[in-house]
Design a protein around this ligand. Structure first.
Ligand code: 5GP
Ligand code: MN
Length: 335
């Protein structure tokens, strides 16, 4: 993988560009994809953002979200665009299988592939150019660096600012995780000086839900949360019946995993949701417990040191049993 800077001189020649990201894109995945898309369009490129799957309704406010192509729904159209592409940007993931049913297509197409990502253990052999930096708060911060680094800071307008700011807010837990280093605040200061209305973005991200989601949150915290004080761990296991009863949609469960972190002394929070196709895990830790290693070892996943995810094909009961066994095996690390 050649350094991303080597792309900069090539940006002046218009190309057919596809930008893609991980399945079920969150604020950082969607914000970075759309932010980069608005930037490249200003330089004259023909850009399509393709999401491997559907996404949460709460990112639909982002400028350009209505033009994102859902691969699962419009496979033929997406395939045609992928096959025509000169460049493929892969944002906020670093290994093709995180795009689920798009994986084989991404492997097969022969265009130039460019990585911009901040997760651990990138599959660098799959990309021609790129940057992988786990110190970065978010892929949105990296897209900002990309725009500035290429000497095109002047293109950063309201729509780019809103998309990039949303991803930074999402991935830093509203600037509270240690990943919100000085450079993040410098970037936000720059976006503000270019006219960013940050309160509008917060409203769109956090005060934009329906009643059912809040009721669901209450139900889950009351009835589905288990605290294991001997392991400084909280587990929330959500059965499919809850998802159906409260009409929970993609993205409605985002943020739920953060609530138990408000309990004193909690080191690890695990959330598992019984989805149709799999049991999906989210892990969050404080301090020196490595969620990335934990997710990789027990639940076919990965991510960052203090935030990761994974999956299981087992039933909810079985995967919860496996988790409890894993807690025993990690007892020392959780003290
Ligand atoms: P979340 O719990 O918010 O879904 O994910 C937390 C972090 O872990 C995100 O950075 C996400 O990209 C990453 N992540 C989530 N699920 C997986 C997975 O199955 N595999 C890998 N490698 N990373 C994941
Ligand atoms: Mn991210």
């Amino acid at each position: 993988m050649k350094p991303i800077q080597e792309i900069f001189p090539l940006l002046s020649q218009p190309r057919k560009v596809v930008i893609t990201t991980h399945q079920k894109p969150d604020a950082d995945a969607m914000g970075s994809s759309l932010g980069l898309s608005h930037f490249l369009k200003q330089l004259g490129h023909m850009v399509t953002v393709i999401s491997p799957t559907n996404w949460a309704g709460w990112v639909n406010w982002m400028p350009g979200a209505n033009e994102v192509l859902n691969y699962e729904m419009y496979k033929e159209k997406a395939e045609a665009i992928l096959n025509e592409a000169d460049w493929l940007f892969c944002l906020d993931f670093n290994i093709f299988h995180r795009t689920r049913t798009m994986t084989e297509s991404l492997k097969q197409i022969s265009c130039t592939k460019i990585l911009i990502d901040h997760h651990q253990e990138p599959d660098e052999t799959s990309f021609d150019y790129g940057i992988s930096d786990t110190v970065k708060s978010s892929t949105c911060e990296m897209v900002y660096d990309f725009i500035i680094g290429s000497g095109n800071g002047g293109t950063i307008n309201e729509e780019i600012s809103e998309c990039l700011y949303a991803g930074v807010v999402g991935d830093t837990g509203s600037f509270r995780f240690s990943s919100a280093h000085a450079g993040v605040h410098t970037m936000v200061s720059d976006l503000k000086s270019r006219g960013l209305q940050h309160s509008k973005v917060h409203d769109n991200l956090f005060d934009n839900f329906l009643e059912n989601r809040l009721r669901f949150t209450g139900h889950v915290l009351l009835h589905r949360m288990e605290v294991f004080y001997e392991y400084n761990t909280v587990l929330i296991a959500i059965p499919k019946a809850d998802i159906l009863k409260y009409h929970i949609k993609t993205g409605d469960t985002e943020g739920l995993v953060n609530f138990p972190q408000t309990i004193q002394g909690i080191k690890l929070v695990a959330l598992v949701i019984d989805r149709d196709e799999e049991r999906k895990w989210s892990f969050r830790s404080k301090g020196d417990f490595d969620c990335n290693i934990f997710a990789r070892k027990y639940f076919e996943g990965g991510g960052h040191y203090n935030a990761s995810g994974g999956r299981s094909s087992d039933s909810l009961e079985k995967t919860v049993e496996r988790f409890k066994q894993a807690l025993k095996e990690n007892e020392n690390l959780l003290q």
